[in-house]
Design a binder for this molecule. Structure first.
Ligand SMILES: CC(C)=CCC/C(C)=C/CC/C(C)=C/CC/C(C)=C/COP(=O)(O)OP(=O)(O)O
Ligand SMILES: O=P(O)(O)OC[C@@H](O)CO
Ligand SMILES: [Mg+2]
Length: 233
């Protein structure tokens, strides 16, 4: 497969820091039933990262899907876990998400403590990520699972302050999330305000379905755009 397979040779955080206009495709292990070969053929040629994770995934599913994909692609696979039980040695890295928009200690710190015994036995690259949920105009899985509220898309000050708080805490990435299948993606005004304020790479995802929406997110300052639902069957 003629993709950007060179990415794997450098640490993935470095890749985020150095590259712009990157596309990551999100695979929800719980819903992944097609052949990995067909899936890899269908996603855009420009895809440089595969994210694997879901808000609720049954035991063993993530490892099974990562192994299947690994057999057919050199693209780096980064876990995007809704729960520490999704961790697997078969992936290359994990977004160590802390849900900073919410006030639920389980998703701010407790999942992380529970992940440590696994991580101590693993070579997974751990990428500390400030995960910020913005209202995308509909109910989303992350809101339901985490029992937290998203920040209103109009509250740009609170979003910027949350992102900067994450940076000051030492997070290595900011992820602005409208929620999987969101009606409204993160507004470009929000992306550019956050981008202007922070010095670390910015990931944007949720509700991005078209080339135009993806391009708008890049122009506003997203280093990496995540698309999932658009490529689900
Ligand atoms: C630190 C470790 C090991 C895990 C992080 C645990 C935390 C803090 C998670 C943040 C909250 C959360 C539940 C995130 C889920 C992110 C995700 C994979 C969303 C994708 O959602 P889908 O499962 O595709 O949604 P649908 O149900 O709509 O398909
Ligand atoms: O499924 P979509 O809406 O593309 O969202 C991708 C990702 O940001 C969800 O966590
Ligand atoms: Mg899903």
């Amino acid at each position: 497969m003629n993709r950007k397979s060179t990415v794997k040779s450098i640490a993935l955080l470095k890749h985020f820091q150095q590259a712009n206009n990157q596309l990551a495709v999100l695979i929800d292990p719980e819903d992944f039933r097609e052949s990995p070969v067909d899936f890899l053929k269908k996603i855009p040629e420009e895809t440089s990262i595969l994210l694997v994770g879901g808000s609720q995934v049954s035991a063993g599913k993530t490892e099974e899907v990562v192994s299947k994909l690994k057999a057919f692609t050199h693209l780096p696979i980064i876990l995007f876990p809704g729960d520490y039980s999704q961790l697997t040695h078969k992936a290359d890295a994990v977004l160590f998400l802390s849900l900073l928009s919410g006030r639920n200690p389980e998703y701010l710190i407790n999942q992380h403590v529970k992940a440590v015994p696994f991580l101590q036995t693993s070579n997974l690259e751990v990428i500390s990520t400030a995960y910020i949920l913005i209202d995308g105009g509909c109910e989303t899985a992350v809101v339901n699972i985490s029992e937290t509220q998203p920040i209103a898309a109009t509250d740009v000050q609170q979003i910027v302050n949350t992102a900067l708080a994450g940076q000051f805490m030492g997070k290595q990435l900011i992820y602005l999330e409208a929620g999987s299948g969101a009606k409204n993606p993160i507004p470009v005004e929000v992306i550019s305000a956050v981008k202007k304020a922070i010095q670390i790479p910015l990931i944007v995802g949720g509700g991005i379905k078209t080339q135009a929406q993806k391009q708008a997110a890049f122009i506003a300052g997203a280093n990496l755009v995540v698309m999932g639902t658009a490529f689900e069957n």
